[in-house]
Design a protein around this ligand. Structure first.
Ligand SMILES: [Cu+2]
Length: 397
């Protein structure tokens, strides 16, 4: 290959690379976007705090053996269930500090497994020149109704289009619907979707300008997204189940009961991942020491029997609590990786009281002594003790 040809070749490659690097952020700040990685080695985000710039992508990788989520306190991003080995990327298009958490091991407000992403301005934003497109978009999570989504409010600085982009790895991807909007405030704008989406999918309603052939949506092409201060005017929304039927949530249901062969029965458990019912002894109104565990599979389990390692007297209280099974699978490790399940900041547990043996539990039992006989015997004993005491007092008088 001649030197001349080679240099043309090299130049061509450089030009191509430059083109592709610039394509995704066309119109945004003149800066190559970075990808910052956050590792999930166990029940934690590492590093817990990262600082990025507008346009950068944060990539979470679950290198642990259990499922996690990385979801923003304000709902601006949500990885959904991130199985072991899976990753989730999100591109930050707005400056600010975004707190996030794992719904299984943490909660909003920085509790448990949580972290923050601080997003700085990409560059000194140029003052918008006269005629620069502007606008805002607001939309809520919603079900698809008659094949359409509803964008609550579009405030457009110019005639344009509100466009539904399908989420692709946390970023707006393919366009699956668009509706024209007029300059000014447009309320409840419906976008007919050209493709089916299901509950849990995410969409990005995005404001585009109307350029080129007016009245015709042309993108890729002249109808570019509206960018204000380096931020694309858009909003990520989640598609919810029609009718609002919520997915089953982690739960523990148990009634007050007597010990049966040193065991208690937890009437119903719903676990989103394989785990444990750990029975904690009540300590001052709170769950304390663990005195028994039983494994539970993901999904619904009825009548989970947990053998207790120590006797609990009648009137004592215990807390059946849902824990995950992490670390060594099949071995209960807590304190350790088998952390309690926390949903919306609440530990999934139930306080129950231990009744005297022979007291009917919530479940029908066969055989056993019946309550009234026990009560009668107790009353007789009290009477007898009273009589004896009276006798003794008489003798001393
Ligand atoms: Cu987690």
């Amino acid at each position: 290959m001649s030197r001349r040809l080679r240099s043309i070749g090299i130049f061509g490659v450089i030009a191509l690379v430059a083109m592709f690097a610039l394509l995704p952020i066309a119109g945004a700040a003149p800066r190559a976007a970075d990808t910052i990685t956050v590792d999930i080695p166990a029940i934690e985000f590492k590093p817990k705090e990262v600082t990025v710039k507008v346009g950068d992508t944060v990539k979470w990788t679950n290198n642990s053996g259990v499922e996690h989520t990385a979801q923003a306190d304000d709902g601006s991003f949500d990885s959904g269930d991130l199985e072991a080995g899976k990753e989730f990327s999100f591109t930050f298009t707005k400056a600010g500090t975004f707190a996030y958490f794992c719904k299984y091991h943490g909660a909003a407000g920085g509790s448990g497994m949580s972290g923050t992403v601080t997003v700085g301005e990409a560059a000194a934003p140029a003052a918008p020149a006269a005629g620069t497109p502007t606008g805002t978009v607001d939309a809520a999570d919603q079900p698809v109704v008659e094949g359409s989504i509803n964008v609550a409010d579009v405030n457009a600085g110019q005639d344009g289009f509100i466009v539904a982009h399908l989420d692709e790895g946390g970023k707006p991807g393919k366009v699956i619907g668009h509706t024209a909007v007029k300059k000014g405030d447009n309320k409840d704008v419906k976008i007919k979707l050209e493709q089916d989406v299901k509950a849990g999918d995410k969409l990005w309603p995005m404001l585009h300008i109307d350029a080129g052939a007016i009245g015709t949506y042309e993108f890729p092409g002249p109808d570019a997204p509206v960018i204000v201060n380096g931020n694309i005017v858009m909003k990520q929304i989640s598609i919810t189940e029609a009718g609002g039927a919520a997915a089953p949530k982690d739960a523990v249901e148990a009634d007050d009961q007597a010990l049966n062969n040193g065991s208690i029965t937890v009437a119903e458990v719903y676990a989103s991942v394989d785990g444990w019912i750990a029975v904690h002894l009540d300590e001052g109104g709170k769950p304390g020491k663990v005195i028994g565990t039983a494994p539970v599979k993901a999904g619904e389990t009825k009548n989970v029997v947990v053998k207790l390692g120590e006797d609990v007297p009648a009137g004592g209280k215990v807390w059946p609590m849902l824990h995950i099974d992490a670390g060594t699978i099949g071995t209960y490790e807590f304190p350790g990786p088998d952390a309690p399940v926390i949903v919306n900041g609440n530990i999934i547990m139930k306080q129950i009281a231990i009744k005297a043996a022979g007291t009917p539990a919530g479940l029908p039992k066969t055989g056993g002594t019946d309550g009234p006989t026990g009560l009668l015997l107790g009353a007789l004993a009290l009477l007898l003790a009273g009589a004896l005491l009276t006798l003794r007092m008489r003798r001393h008088a």
